[in-house]
Design a binder for this molecule. Sequence first.
Ligand SMILES: Cc1cc2nc3c(=O)[nH]c(=O)nc-3n(C[C@H](O)[C@H](O)[C@H](O)COP(=O)(O)OP(=O)(O)OC[C@H]3O[C@@H](n4cnc5c(N)ncnc54)[C@H](O)[C@@H]3O)c2cc1C
Length: 588
Amino acid sequence: MPRARKRRAPEESHDEPPPGNDSQTVNQPSVGEVPRFHPSAQQLEEFGIVLRDFYPPEMSNERCHAYTNGTLLRPIEELQQAYEETQDERRSVEPHRAVVHWFKSDLRLEDNRALQLASQVAQEHKIPLICLYILSPEDLTAHLCSPARVDFTLRNLRVLKEVLGERDIPLYMETQDKRQAIPGRIVELCQQWGANHIFANLEYEVDELRREARLIRRCARQGIKFEAVHDTCVVTPGALASQQGNQYAVYTPWYRAWCTFLRQNPENLEVIDAPASNPAGARKQLAADLFASEVPPAPSNKTLSDEEKKRFRTLYPEGEESALERLQKFLDSAGRQYADNRNYMEKQATSVLSPYLAAGVLSARTAVSRAQAANRHQLTGANAGLSTWISEVAWRDFYRHVLVHWPFICMNKCFKPEFTNVEWEYDEETFCAWSEGRTGYPLVDAAMRQLRHCAWMHNRPRMVVSSFLAKDLLIDWRRGERFFMEHLVDGDFASNHGGWGFGSSTGVDPQPYFRIFNPVLQSERFDRDGEYIRRWVPELRDVKGAAIHDPYHRGAEAIAAKQGYPRPIVDHSASRGRALARYKRALQ
Ligand SMILES: Cc1cc2nc3c(=O)[nH]c(=O)nc-3n(C[C@H](O)[C@H](O)[C@H](O)COP(=O)(O)OP(=O)(O)OC[C@H]3O[C@@H](n4cnc5c(N)ncnc54)[C@H](O)[C@@H]3O)c2cc1C
């Protein structure tokens, strides 16, 4: 972890309630030398992009640069500072009656670093391990967690409780309505259980890093040692630097460095053991209500219908056993042809492991380690399919490394802040047509309907629909980013932001903004026979041949119109010209 330098902690906390919902604060110059708010802040609030119940208005581009050039302290550095400030108190803490592991998005027993560390302390001191999960409806709302993702989490908690119980380890679960109350509640529970040690795996989003920094201090004041450790990435953020010592902003050289690092430090791919069972007497020693704890219900704004629950259970069965089985099956079969097939939507050629990786039911380390073993112990070379798949899992690491170094991307800003100056359209009707799959572009519509039905979408159309929203419709892409999070079962901040940065050309991708996907050509290339479209757009089921990709211009107008399929809402070449002009103007 980088050492924290003495710098200013930012005045605005992404975690604290905003200083008042006062639109007059927007556009005001800042206290100090860095302007606080961006001129379009009000618009972003009205279009539902910045959630002002939780966050301050959109920050100025100057503040983003202040994070980049190191004037403002990054959240990971605030965390490091908390560790340094409390090291004396922490050093003197001795284990007491129990050790706690706090589960967040690491819902598994196998290959879980913090859980194993907690287990080791418990075993060494012959005291029981207690596991904890806190559901925060406010966090789920602030972080735009989809009902499908909440349901998946709750289903996995049920399995976790069972498998932990087999090891006499209790999983205590509760709901905390106010997310600000979580650190205090954790301290309270540790005191109640006589636990002086608590472990958790780090999450790299801004709210979480700042919460953990506060928790380190709060615990230390109470004689409790809180350890938040790196686990979710195969290679820890900050471990890779360019020759100039900088964080990489481009994937290809970063990926080369990632492979080199793993070859030189193969222990990073060693899978970690599951926790040992609690001592035989743990069930008697611990309060009975710990073992009787029930999985909390989904908050009312995150519930699914019974039909949806059933559907998602079939599509994404819960539990790490299911995840490992899916992984192995993929590596043994489709994974070997992944390089050739992965872009074809109808081939089912990808692993669909993203829900498991996002919720931490499967660790990225296990995924890469097993793929490497299947690939004759190579990260690259040997089988092209498996090598390409490893490089895709690496994207997940890459976007987390980017998030840690440029934390403002987690605050409704893009990696290239100058692109927040693009004059976006804030048109609700057009946005609805896109989100409901009524744009008249069959591939876009099929993909959006797949998302609504499966809470998941294949990667290729994710790229197409994000580009379509940002470029063809010129709608502020951050609304699309939000919509994805609110609907995806695999919603993951870093990967989603990275994907939207790619689609809207506002992110780390080095390609210039004038790369604009043509949705019809993409459809012809990656859904050659139109099977994907026919599956998700029933209005076009009877359309034959190439007309499926663009029915109104290829002689299938009568069928499309009869079935009520909409005409294209924009003309691609005209909207392309409009996008190029707007992007160019923003940069000028
Ligand atoms: C606009 C947009 C939004 C996206 N939002 C998310 C998101 O919220 N959550 C998410 O997990 N992925 C997201 N992705 C990345 C990617 O589309 C999904 O990870 C992938 O489609 C999941 O399917 P799979 O598990 O079959 O992937 P596979 O092709 O089997 O890949 C294996 C794993 O590698 C990782 N991975 C693969 N491609 C990427 C990528 N481009 N970026 C980051 N990780 C990747 C995922 O964890 C995935 O499960 C997004 C991509 C775009 C373009």
